[in-house]
Design a protein around this ligand. Structure first.
Ligand code: MSP
Length: 498
């Protein structure tokens, strides 16, 4: 089994913000979960460095696009480990190997008869690097995303014959209802297709910052075709990858780039005779004050600052817990602090420290290898399977919720059984053993399942439980790992801020 997950590649026109961190975190949770299943995983992220968004930003700073790309690509590259992202490769579209694949694949698309010369005339947003139809623009000819005035473009281009794929795309959507999720996004893409596909520019004549068109060096490829091909090109040269891992299992994207991934990309792959990805999952926007968080709107939260104060795990948890994955959601420092205190510190942190403290106090640190309390069988028995099933559907918030219900169940269990009362009565020693061991195993199960979300905290917690195995098998209720051996010590997992 292999699992290949991607994030969009990020524009290097500015520094990373929380919106970029969000997709990377989500992809990382999926990658880590699939590694726990013993699958061969490849997780790709990187930077999109060509086109107008980057050329214009560099121009405004009075530097060369390559210099701006080099500077900001490093910031994106540095963000990944700070988020605890376990990406296997970081692609830059200025990598010469990528550029060569773009030229090769798009030349093949032309040989296959899907490229012709024409004139483009219409609206264009240089920030989106997107050509806009009349019905897609706001009053005053403005971009609905960036609110800037659109430019009127007239250019001699090579076109990609998108319209040739009208019926094949309709068939794809009819046959594979899970090609795009959530359902609202599937419907949106399908209705775009049904409204009638028009051919799109494949090259730009006015720009020089891009991958040169091999059959006409006066042109560079339109940045979106160059960018989309990263998902395929990376496999041809990233260490540890190979093209047999194509097609991707999941492309995770934000809703702003749906059309490129759900319409242009499958059409381009068909034109190049390459297989289509299995799933495109579309998440919503992180909103600040009701608007998409974006550098150009100036309303961004700096992920580096949040990580410095609370750690990457807390950020990962907050974003996937507070904003249902697949929908838009507001983020704020107040909501972040609330989740941190009430859930991470109080519910998980206290459960862990109480459980360990009781085993140390009453059993000299060794939870007995006894049968567990059957009362929790129903809650924990099929849990790992349920989580795997939800993550298979990219339901990352849903999976976190079912795990968290068990964290709460264990907290209730402590209160119901009151081990401190049992400890006062020697005749109830066996009962105390059962309760403590049930708590230790429950903690092990939730820790293994939370590992993709909270890799650092769960490493410490599982370390204190003496458990080295991080595989999904270790989340089985029937496994006896962590019983019968001395537990270690644990510093507070989520210290309260002073
Ligand atoms: N370079 C293109 C993508 C090419 S993929 C072949 C691009 N880059 S971007 O940097 O502008 O945005 C990339 C992605 O960042 C978005 O699709 C989304 O995944 C994420 N986000 C950027 N801002 C966001 C929010 N405010 N909220 C959530 N995610 C957002 O588009």
């Amino acid at each position: 089994m292999s699992f290949y997950v991607t994030t969009p590649i990020y524009y290097v026109n500015a520094a990373p913000h929380l919106g970029h961190a969000y997709t990377t975190i989500a992809a990382d949770v999926m990658a880590r979960h699939h590694r726990q299943r013993g699958e061969q995983v490849f997780f790709l992220t990187g930077t999109d460095e060509h086109g107008e968004p980057v050329a214009d930003a560099a121009h405004a700073l009075g530097i060369e696009p390559q210099a701006l790309a080099d500077r900001n690509a490093e910031r994106f590259r540095a963000l990944a480990p700070q988020l605890h992202a376990s990406n296997d490769f970081f692609i830059r579209t200025t990598d010469p190997q990528h550029e060569a694949v773009v030229q090769e694949v798009l030349a093949r698309v032309r040989e296959n008869g899907y490229v012709y010369e024409g004139t483009y005339e219409g609206w264009y947003c240089p920030r989106c690097a997107d050509f806009k139809a009349e019905n897609e623009i706001d009053a005053g000819n403005r971009c609905p995303i960036h609110h800037i005035e659109l430019t009127r473009e007239r250019e001699e281009n090579y076109f990609f014959k998108l319209s040739a794929f009208q019926s094949q795309l309709e068939e794809l959507y009819a046959q594979r209802e899970d090609f795009v999720a959530p359902r609202t996004r599937y419907n949106e893409a399908l209705s775009f297709i049904r409204s009638g596909l028009r051919d799109v520019p494949l090259t730009r004549h006015k720009l020089t910052w891009g991958v040169q068109v091999p059959w006409d060096p006066e042109h560079v490829f339109y940045v979106w075709f160059d960018a989309l091909l990263n998902y395929y090109s990376a496999l041809t040269y990233a260490p540890g990858a190979d093209v047999s891992m194509w097609p991707a299992s999941y492309h995770l994207i934000g809703k702003d780039i749906l059309r490129f991934h759900a319409v242009y990309w499958p059409a381009l792959l068909m034109a190049a005779q390459l297989e289509l990805p299995q799933h495109v999952f579309v998440h919503g926007f992180l909103l600040l004050d009701g608007e998409k968080m974006s550098k150009s709107l100036g309303n961004v939260l700096d992920p580096f600052a949040v990580i410095e104060r609370y750690g990457a795990d807390a950020l990962r948890f907050y974003l996937l817990r507070d904003v249902p994955f697949g929908q838009d959601g507001s983020v704020s420092t107040a909501a972040f602090e609330l989740r941190y205190e009430s859930e991470l510190a109080n519910e998980l942190g206290n459960l862990a420290s109480r459980t360990l403290a009781m085993v140390h106090r009453y059993r000299d640190g060794v939870p007995a290898a006894v049968a567990l309390d059957g009362e929790l069988d129903g809650d924990f028995g099929g849990l790992a399977r349920e989580v795997a099933w939800l993550i298979d559907g990219a339901e990352l918030t849903g999976a976190l919720e079912v795990i968290w219900q068990r964290v709460r169940r264990l907290n209730r269990y402590v209160e119901e059984r009151a081990p401190w009362q049992l400890a006062k009565d020697d005749a109830r020693a066996q009962e105390l053993d059962r309760v403590l061991s049930t708590l230790v195993v429950g903690l092990r199960v939730v820790s293994v399942l939370l590992h993709p979300y909270l890799p650092e905290a769960t490493d410490r917690l599982l370390g204190a439980l003496g458990v080295e195995d991080r595989s999904l098998a270790c989340a089985a209720w029937s496994s006896t790992q962590a019983l019968g051996a001395r537990l270690g010590e644990l510093e507070p997992l989520f210290p309260k801020s002073s």
